[in-house]
Design a protein. Structure first.
Length: 273
């Protein structure tokens, strides 16, 4: 009987693995098909000098930046829980980067510490700042306070963000977003913090397969960026104490809202500034 149950469990696991493999293959074929359609509809006509390129370009803009995000916002309102899960969310409601830093201190202390550690405060995301970022990235010109995209925690966008430009262009940078925690709010396990933050490293700008939008790609090992920020704060004597709660969340490998790989060991540092 015991052997039969073991065989039954093995059969179920093998079936699940087969289904997962089929799903991955279908996704891969869908990506190839999407690239082919994009080539046929846009690039091929552009190379042929077709005047239909502009309407198709407008269709891509409307679909990628209006229609698809609206669909995601509607659906995620049903299937994603509206409570803290250790991840921030995109404007479409999709789970994005991990929350990987916690801070003690008032807002003024945060600003003083980050600037002392060599970080630049990001500009607000506006049409002029977005255009400036695009041209700076294309021309490889410096824009040290380039805006970051709006992400959400506690049902609101970040209060502010800091960054460090790399190689004189906003297309590659260290950056971290900050959110003030609500009054009398506790993290899992009874931990408390004044601020939560999500830090990632932007590697380059490109077309995202998951969204169809032009956006930054991030480095998969978000723990390296978390640890880098702590190092800059410690090296500049901008912190009083750092306590790391190991295994605060489960270690995991996943993808963010743009389809980028992310991995973390699940530790959460609590930083007193």
């Amino acid at each position: 009987m015991h052997s039969h149950r073991g065989l039954h469990g093995f059969t179920i696991k093998a079936t699940i693995n087969t289904i997962d493999l089929v799903i991955r293959i279908v996704r891969f074929l869908a990506i190839i098909a999407a690239f082919y359609v994009l080539y046929k509809l846009l690039l091929e006509q552009f190379l042929d000098g077709s005047k239909e390129i502009l309407p198709l370009f407008g269709l891509w803009l409307m679909t990628s930046y209006l229609v698809i995000p609206k669909i995601h916002r509607t659906l995620t309102g049903y299937y994603l829980p509206n409570y803290f899960v250790g991840r921030i969310r995109s404007s479409s409601g999709l789970l994005s980067d991990p929350v990987n830093l916690a801070f003690y201190g008032d807002e003024r202390s945060i600003h003083i510490s980050m600037k002392k550690a060599g970080w630049d405060m990001a500009d607000e995301l506006t049409v002029p700042s977005m255009i400036n970022t695009a041209f700076s990235s294309l021309l490889h010109k410096s824009y040290r306070s380039a805006p970051v995209g709006d992400m959400f925690l506690f049902d609101r966008k970040q209060d502010f963000a800091y960054e460090q430009e790399v190689e004189g262009s906003p297309s590659k940078r260290h950056h971290v977003r900050f959110w003030k925690t609500p009054d009398n709010w506790y993290l899992p396990g009874g931990h408390k913090a004044d601020w939560l933050a999500a830090a990632t490293y932007d590697t380059h700008v490109g077309l995202k397969i998951a969204t169809g939008q032009l956006d930054h790609y991030i480095h998969a090992n978000v723990d390296e960026e978390r640890d880098y920020i702590i190092k800059t704060l410690e090296d500049s004597k901008a912190v009083e104490k750092v306590e790391v709660v190991k295994h605060f969340t489960n270690a995991y490998h996943d993808r963010n809202n743009g389809g980028d790989r992310i991995k973390t060991d699940g530790s959460l540092p609590f930083i007193s500034v």
